[in-house]
Design a protein around this ligand. Sequence first.
Ligand code: MN
Length: 231
Amino acid sequence: MIYVVSDIHARYDLFRRLLDAIKFSDGDTLISCGDIVDKGNDSIRLLKFIKNMPNARCINGNHEYAFLKYYWGLMRESPDNFDCVLKKLQEYFPDDGKLLDWDTVDWVENLPYYIEEKDFLCVHAGIPLDENKRTIPPEKATREQLVYDRNFKSPKVEVLNSKCVLFGHTPTSYILPDGSSKIIAYRRREAPRDSYKITDFYKIHLDTGTWLDGVLGCICIENCNTYYVKG
Ligand SMILES: [Mn+2]
């Protein structure tokens, strides 16, 4: 099974509990839609854990992107002083920055900004739409658009492409009228009500507000079941 999660935000504890809850095994794949780091206390611990999972695939969110921009700035200032740059990068994460090493920095720098499969597309914040309410090809969007998109999350924004877009970035409790932290799956008008294929949905909003409400959720691509842990 393929499970998709977003905005874990340094909650290593919740992430491990989520893997237990879904009985995640070697035959499964986990996709993270970005914002693994910041807000919680275990940014680097979590980053290294996911980096070492052979069956995890990750893209960058705005929090990884902000870290990389800081890193690129330091390299411009002192391109030859690697020790000094690493020390400053470690200080960027006040809680567990000491765990940061060059392997992990390089790994983050080389992560993609979207993952595209036959039936679905994963991004952090969203993809711009063209005048026909179709997403532009992700390779034509800028990194800034993919990690900061402000419009895509709106319930008014419908996507007419055949692929489902999975994204995070904004806690769903800001969107849902009852303020609950649940995954929002937007069903296509033409999709049968009793069917739960990933292509029955045009977008799935995954940020359950880990840092805000302590809820971490994920969705299974094959059957669209959702799973939550709270702490
Ligand atoms: Mn974000």
